[in-house]
Design a binder for this molecule. Structure first.
Ligand SMILES: Nc1nc2c(ncn2[C@@H]2O[C@H](COP(=O)(O)OP(=O)(O)OP(=O)(O)O)[C@@H](O)[C@H]2O)c(=O)[nH]1
Ligand SMILES: [Mg+2]
Length: 335
């Protein structure tokens, strides 16, 4: 049966004819699809794949407007090239750095802002927030009011960065509506544009996120995704390491210290992940995984896309083993 009703949780068009196809609901009087229903009520998730062409089409449609954009970036998983957004949209944008709550409180916000200022992204304003901890939400609303050129405000960014969570928090804080978008630690939760009226003058528009094929979340199971997803402030683990030693996160990552002075490696990853230090000669674990040899400079971060990052103090030559297709790179230290 054809209809024009869309799921209020993820934006997908609802249908009652094919259980195996997205947007299915047994009863078209429902407001949400079965996938959102199961996710919300049982934490049970059906993988949905989205092509990035669809995401890019959505960005192009945003570019056709002159509306303000909130470009949301996850502080634990900063994209290798955050400027890529400018290939698709020329709109005025506010850079919203979210999930502040997972980084240690001792980290200075100003340092983070300075880091982003140096990346060359053209934005009207920048702000650090946490939707979970309600941090800087009033300030974000003020910035929206200051920079908006019309009623519509688009919320864009990679999948899983926390776009829908941010909108839910704003609705909770600034509107009388009961509205709630579906959120999850898995990729591609939101499937379509969704308009959410915040006030008479502000319409927030949620969008599906770009799926990053280099992220580790594409190559592990649901239980592991939940473990990798940092839910609270990270208790960083620092290891003093010398040549001939290796650091391991079981099933996910191995770093062999091949060459360099005595060094310190600080892990910014979910507290639920165990980290072990061993002698290379006495450890065979994870050597079957693809290896990448990397030269790290003074005060740089080794980033494992989707997992987090490791701050390394001194120059080093390391062998990094991780799952196939997972992007690994170095950048100047964030912290
Ligand atoms: N610790 C922490 N986690 C957050 C925060 N905001 C979102 N998350 C978590 O990040 C994950 C992804 O959140 P979503 O809001 O579904 O992300 P999204 O950007 O809408 O993702 P897509 O719809 O797939 O594009 C969920 O597990 C959220 O609980 C935050 O401020 N702090
Ligand atoms: Mg979403």
């Amino acid at each position: 049966m054809d209809n024009e009703k869309y799921c209020i949780g993820c934006g997908v068009k609802l249908q009652d004819s094919n259980m195996l196809y997205e947007g299915y609901t047994p009863d078209l009087t429902n407001d949400i699809c079965s996938r959102c229903f199961k996710l919300r009520n049982y934490g049970d998730y059906q993988i949905t794949t989205r092509s990035n062409e669809e995401y890019i089409d959505i960005l192009k449609s945003v570019n056709d407007t002159k509306d303000l954009v909130l470009y949301v970036v996850d502080l634990l998983n900063i994209e290798k090239d955050i400027n890529i957004i400018r290939e698709y949209i020329k709109n005025r944008l506010i850079l919203v750095l979210t999930k502040r709550d997972v980084l240690p409180k001792s980290v200075n916000d100003e340092k983070i802002i300075n880091y982003f200022s140096s990346l060359g992204l053209d934005y009207q304003d920048i702000i650090i927030v946490s939707a979970n901890k309600n941090y800087n939400m009033d300030e974000l609303l003020l910035l929206i009011k200051k920079h908006k050129s019309s009623k519509n405000i688009y919320v864009v960014g990679h999948t899983n960065v926390g776009k829908s969570t941010l909108i839910n928090k704003m609705v909770q804080d600034y509107s009388n509506e009961e509205y709630e978008l579906t959120i999850s630690p898995l990729p591609s939760t939101t499937l379509n544009k969704i308009n959410i009226k915040l006030t008479d003058d502000i319409m927030l528009i949620d969008t599906p996120g770009l799926v990053d094929r280099g992220s580790i979340v594409n190559y592990v199971d649901f239980d592991m995704i939940k473990k990798i997803n940092a839910k609270k402030e990270i208790n960083t683990d620092t290891f003093q390491v010398r040549e001939g030693q290796c650091l391991l996160i079981p099933n996910l990552l191995r770093i062999d210290y091949i060459n360099g002075d005595k060094n310190s490696f600080t892990f910014f990853v979910s507290n639920e992940l165990e980290i072990e230090k061993k002698d290379i000669g006495r450890c065979e674990s994870l050597k079957e995984l693809p290896k990448k040899t990397i030269e790290v400079g003074y005060h740089q971060d080794l980033v494992i896309n989707g997992l987090g990052f490791i701050k390394i103090t001194e120059k080093a030559l390391i062998d990094v083993y991780t799952l196939n297709n997972v992007e690994v790179f170095v950048r100047d230290s964030l912290i």
